[in-house]
Ligand binder design. Structure first.
Ligand SMILES: Cc1ncc(COP(=O)(O)O)c(C=O)c1O
Length: 426
C-alpha cells in the first residue's frame, strides 16, 4: 500500500527513524514519563496531543504583557490581543485547505457545531432530516438531536444513522451514495465525522459533498479526528461548513479553542440566521457600541466573544511546527507509519483481537482501532503501567494513533512488543 517493504525486527524501526526527514520534530514535544523516568510510548494524539516545548514561552509572553501593559495589551502587546486570533488564520487555512477568510478559531467544537446548525440546518416539513454515522461521537448526537427538537421535529424520524452492514464495523462508501441518492430530497443536513472517532474510518469527503450537494443537502463535517491528520481541501471539496477541535492532532492543549470553516459562498450571506455576538460584528464599527448587528464577512462573522488569548498561545506554538513540517510530508509519513503498525499487529496473528479500522490508507488516518472482545478497560490500564499510552472506548476498543509529528517507528515497534506480551501472557 505504501510502497514500504516492512520488516519485523527492531533494526528495521531504528533504520526507518534514522532515515526519517521528520524525526527531529519529536524533540520539540514533551513526552509524559514512565515510573522509571523514560519517555512513554505515547500513541494517544487522537485524544490529546503532546505539549510543544515552546507552548510555555508563548503563554508566558502573554502573561508578561498582561502584567506589564494591562488593558493596553490589546493594542501594544508584542502580539496585540485585538487581532491575535488572526495570527492563526493563514496556518489554519493551509492546514484544512481553505482560504483564510473561510476559517476562524473560536469557542469549542460542540459550540461551533451548534452555531453552524443555527445557520445551516434550516428544516422544512419536506426536508428536515439529518444524516450522521451510527456511533457518531455522543456530543454530535446530542447536538443534532437537540437542534431537531428546537425546530419542532422528532429525532426518531428526523435522524438517519448510516450503519455498517451486519458483521461489519465501517460504513461502505456505496451505502453512503445509495442513501443520498434515495433519501436526498428529505435530507436537510449531512453531518459526518471526517474520521470516525471509534473505528478510525476516514470518509470520502469530496465524494459525499458532491453527491449531497447535488441532491440539495447541506453538508458539514466534524473534523475532530481529521484536522492535522488527513490532507484536507475544504474549499475545493465545497462542504458548507466544518468544525474541529485543536487539542488532538493539533496539540493546542486540553480544552483548546476549536476551529470552524464556512465556505466562501456563504461569506456574505447576510440573510442567514445566526447567533450573534459582538466579536462577529463588523470590526470597524465594533467599538461604536451600536445596537444593530452587522456581521463581518467570512467565518469571523460567526464569532461571539473576544478570544481567550491564553488558550490560543499554545496553539500558535503547535501550528508553527505544523507549518514547518508541512501536511504533505506528515501525511506521507503517517501512511507509512500506520501501515507499519498494521503490519506488526498482523504478525501477532492472534484470534484475541482484530483490527476494525479499514486497511486502505485512503480510508483511514493515523489511528488503528483494535477490537479486543475478552478484555476490558483494565487491559488498557495495564498497558499504561507498562509505559504505553493509548485509550479505551467501551465496550471493547483500544485506539492507538502513531502521530507522524512526534511518534517514531521505534514507538510503534515498542507498542506492539508490549501489547503482544500483555495480550498473550495467559
Ligand atoms: C469526533 C468528536 N466530536 C466532538 C467532540 C467534542 O468536542 P468538544 O468537547 O471540544 O466540544 C469530540 C471530543 O473528543 C470528538 O472526538
Amino acid at each position: 500500500m505504501t510502497g514500504t517493504q516492512y520488516e519485523t525486527g527492531a533494526a528495521f524501526a531504528a533504520r526507518m527513524d534514522a532515515n526519517d526527514p521528520l524525526a527531529s520534530f519529536r524533540t520539540r514535544f514533551l513526552f509524559p514519563k514512565t515510573a522509571n523516568g523514560e519517555d512513554s510510548v505515547y500513541l494517544c494524539g487522537h485524544s490529546l496531543g503532546l505539549q510543544p516545548k515552546k507552548a510555555i514561552d508563548y503563554i508566558e509572553q502573554e502573561l508578561r504583557d498582561w502584567a506589564d501593559l494591562g488593558v493596553e495589551g490589546h493594542f501594544r502587546a508584542r502580539n496585540p490581543w485585538m487581532p491575535y486570533h488572526r495570527l492563526l488564520a493563514e496556518q489554519t487555512a493551509a492546514l484544512v485547505g481553505a482560504k483564510p477568510e473561510e476559517v476562524v478559531v473560536m469557542n469549542s467544537l460542540t459550540v461551533n457545531l451548534h452555531l453552524m446548525m443555527v445557520s445551516f440546518y434550516r428544516p422544512t416539513p419536506k426536508r428536515h432530516r439529518i444524516v450522521v454515522e451510527r456511533g457518531a461521537f455522543p456530543s454530535d448526537q446530542y447536538a443534532v438531536k437537540s437542534q431537531i427538537k428546537v425546530h419542532g421535529y422528532d429525532s426518531g424520524s428526523a435522524l438517519i444513522e448510516l450503519t455498517p452492514r451486519p458483521g461489519e464495523f465501517c460504513v461502505r462508501e456505496e451505502d453512503v451514495d445509495e442513501l443520498i441518492e434515495h433519501e436526498g430530497e428529505s435530507i436537510a443536513l449531512i453531518l459526518l465525522g471526517g474520521v470516525n472517532y471509534a473505528t478510525g474510518q476516514a470518509f470520502d469527503m469530496r465524494r459525499i459533498t458532491r453527491s449531497g450537494r447535488a441532491r440539495g443537502c447541506v453538508v458539514g463535517f466534524d473534523l475532530a479526528h481529521a484536522a492535522g491528520n488527513l490532507l484536507l481541501s475544504l474549499h475545493e471539496w465545497g462542504p458548507d461548513f466544518a468544525v474541529w477541535c485543536c487539542y488532538k492532532y493539533l496539540n493546542g492543549g486540553p480544552g483548546c479553542v476549536g476551529g470552524c470553516f464556512v465556505h466562501e459562498r456563504h461569506a456574505r450571506a447576510w440573510e442567514l440566521p445566526r447567533y450573534a455576538g459582538w466579536w462577529g460584528h463588523d470590526e470597524k464599527l465594533r467599538f461604536e457600541m451600536g445596537p444593530d448587528f452587522q456581521p463581518m464577512a467570512g467565518a469571523e462573522g460567526w464569532q461571539l466573544s473576544n478570544p481567550p488569548i491564553l488558550a490560543l498561545a499554545p496553539l500558535r506554538a503547535s501550528m508553527e511546527i505544523f507549518h514547518e513540517a508541512g501536511m504533505e510530508r506528515l501525511r506521507a509519513k503517517s501512511v507509512a507509519l500506520t501501515g507499519y503498525l498494521e503490519f506488526l499487529l498482523e504478525q501477532i496473528a492472534s484470534p484475541k483481537f482484530s483490527i476494525i479500522t479499514p486497511p486502505e490508507s485512503t480510508r483511514r488516518g493515523a489511528q488503528i482501532s483494535l477490537r479486543i472482545p475478552d478484555q476490558g478497560k483494565a487491559f488498557c490500564e495495564e498497558l499504561a503501567s507498562a509505559g504505553v499510552i493509548g485509550d479505551w472506548r467501551e465496550p471493547d476498543i483500544l485506539r492507538v494513533a502513531p502521530v507522524p509529528l512526534y511518534n517514531s517507528y521505534q514507538d510503534v515497534y515498542e507498542f506492539v512488543r508490549r501489547f503482544s506480551a500483555s495480550l498473550l501472557k495467559d
